[in-house]
Design a binder for this molecule. Structure first.
Ligand code: ADP
Length: 393
């Protein structure tokens, strides 16, 4: 039996799950999260399989300190006898450049993550800092990273290439990588169990950060994010695909540096920028209902963007057997699901209105629909845990 501590890190957030893995069975024994890492007081919460749950506030200066906080809690609560009781820590790491898949955190991996940090400036530094801290403080602890790009390694070269000088791909790694791999992989694996005959699947991971993936026979063959997590779908506060030739004009008109324009495109654009209301779809939908035209335009743009990619990916797949919605928006917004699906009636896709309005995970299309539609909760950490465990074995 293996004990694995899986980390999912955000700029100021820390989430963990402790897994016990025994053969094919995998249990979450404890989980927890910290908000406002780096602030004077960070809020944390913890719960475990013995029914213990606790929360509190204390200074957690960085993600490495977050690991120590939970490591000590797990020992106090008896879930780990000592550090040696832990077989490995696993990361849902983001951008590994030329390194993909599941890998031991070593000098080569750290150097490659550092090299591609300009392509994932919000994510790679926090993972690198945690990896280095844990390496320093717990030198005998095995650290393993599963990259978010991994599931997309099967996308053909002609679809990961930009129309730029070929040397850029070789020399600078300017190519499409794709992200949210653990989520799309989890849905692909789940669909193979739920509807094994569905060979052509499109997964829509719609949340704070969104991407769509085309899956053929369980393998990713296209996805919306590219060299960075910024491209592709119109997001809550990110622009998604955009015209790079506008940048010089924006810098001049706004009297801004390139970094400042990029910060607007990545933090104050998308739903937030267009609606001027919020980056939370619930508030944008509310404003649209009350007649706010910009909010309505933002919702229409989001739906149209999703629809466009579904059309493109259906062409790539040569048809569509199943369409899956996941992520905070995908799971919770019956409105977005129905607005997208009503435009897919031409495929013979028919949503079951009652199932769509409900809150249960599962199939939400009618029995005679030519394409099945699903609302499924994703579980990214379980994919990381499974891959870390296969590596250990
Ligand atoms: P993250 O990508 O940060 O993990 P989530 O996948 O949890 O985020 O998605 C968060 C988003 O889900 C919020 O920004 C909110 O807009 C959206 N959301 C949550 N519930 C609803 C709802 N009932 N209707 C519409 N959107 C929702």
């Amino acid at each position: 039996m293996k004990k694995i501590f899986i980390m999912n890190l955000g700029t100021t957030s820390f989430k963990f799950k402790l897994y016990h893995v025994d053969g094919d069975s995998m249990d979450v024994r404890a989980s927890g999260e910290i908000e406002s890492v780096g602030a004077a007081q960070s809020r944390w919460q913890y719960s475990d399989c013995n029914g213990k749950s606790a929360s509190g506030a204390s200074p957690v200066p960085n993600h490495g300190a977050g690991f120590t906080l939970f490591l000590e809690m797990l020992q106090v609560e008896g879930l780990l006898r000592s550090l040696d009781d832990l077989n490995a820590v696993g990361y849902k790491a983001v951008h590994g450049g030329n390194l993909s898949g599941t890998r031991i955190v070593d000098d080569e991996l750290i150097a490659e993550m550092e090299r591609v940090t300009p392509l994932a400036p919000a994510h790679n530094p926090i993972y690198l800092s945690a990896m280095k801290d844990i390496r320093k403080n717990y030198p005998n602890l095995l650290q393993i990273a599963r990259f978010e790009t991994s599931f997309h390694a099967t996308i053909p070269d002609y679809r990961t290439t930009y129309g730029v000088p070929y040397a850029w791909r070789e020399e600078f790694g300017i190519r499409k990588y794709g992200f949210h791999g653990s989520s799309h992989e989890y849905i692909a694996t789940t669909m193979q169990k739920l509807q094994p005959e569905a060979k052509r699947v499109i997964t829509c991971h719609l949340g704070g950060s969104s991407s769509i993936c085309a899956i053929l026979d369980g393998k990713s063959v296209a996805t919306t994010m590219g060299a960075t997590l910024q491209s592709g779908l119109f997001n809550n506060n990110r622009v998604g695909d955009f015209e790079p030739f506008c940048l010089p004009m924006l810098m001049e008109k706004l009297n801004c540096s390139m970094e400042e324009v990029l910060a607007i495109l990545s933090k104050q654009s998308g739903l937030l920028g267009l609606s001027g209301v919020s980056n939370d779809l619930r508030l944008v939908l509310e404003a649209a209902d009350q007649g706010n035209e910009h909010a309505q335009l933002a919702v229409d743009t989001l739906v149209d963007n999703i629809l466009g990619y579904i059309g493109m990916y259906t062409a790539y797949l040569g048809g569509l057997d199943a369409l899956v919605f996941t992520g905070g928006i995908g799971l919770n917004s019956d409105i977005i699901r129905s607005r997208v699906c009503e435009k897919l009636a031409y495929m013979g896709l028919v949503l079951d209105a009652n199932a769509n309005n409900g809150r249960t995970d599962g199939c939400i299309s009618t029995t005679d629909s030519k394409v099945s539609v699903w609302r499924l909760k994703t579980d990214e950490e379980s994919i990381v845990a499974m891959n870390v465990c296969s590596m250990l074995q």
